[in-house]
Ligand binder design. Sequence first.
Ligand code: HEM
Ligand code: HEM
Length: 145
Amino acid sequence: MPLHDIEPRADCERLVRAFYGRALSDPIIGFIFVDVAQLDLEAHVPRIASFWETILLGARTYGGGAFAPHAALNAKVRLREGHFAQWLHLWCDTVDELFAGERAELAKAHARRVATAFLGRLRHLPEPSAPIGGLTITQHGPGSH
Ligand code: HEM
Ligand code: HEM
């Protein structure tokens, strides 16, 4: 069967659930959701679905303020370019696997814009001040003695 475009909201939810199915077990970014944020998926999915419904389907179900939780997260674990690259990789793969069309393209394009904007804003914030989860960070290599 040919893939159809994203419509209606139920498709946004399906996309978001499929994305988290990958993201939570991802070797590069999974720990950020599971261990650092301890994400409550059932509470989170409707908010994220509203975010995408607002962008893709012209709904007004998302109120804004998407950056703040990422700034809070970044205070616990530095969110780097490689994390965003992996996030985008998983997102675009998930979109392409499930949907095809103008909205599917927009879902990928807008995610890239938001990721670039978030990364740019996070760069201005200080490094996390304390190591997480009782890990001891040791310095190695030249300059550590
Ligand atoms: C269909 C039109 C669009 C809709 C409905 C839309 C909607 C949204 C929403 C809801 C957010 C989250 C805002 C927040 O949480 O405060 C957002 C963020 C963003 N959008 Fe769009 N957008 C659209 C088109 C565009 C276009 C055309 C661009 C750029 C060419 C763009 C660039 C961005 C960027 C860079 C952010 C992140 C801003 C930040 O928090 O740093 N958007 N958009
Ligand atoms: C390294 C990349 C990213 C990580 C690790 C990450 C992680 C998270 C986590 C853990 C939350 C939940 C925070 C909480 O409720 O306590 C969250 C919320 C959210 N994220 Fe991300 N995120 C990333 C990138 C992005 C990108 C690129 C977008 C946009 C396309 C995005 C959109 C959102 C939105 C809309 C929310 C909901 C904010 C709200 O509750 O209103 N995230 N993210």
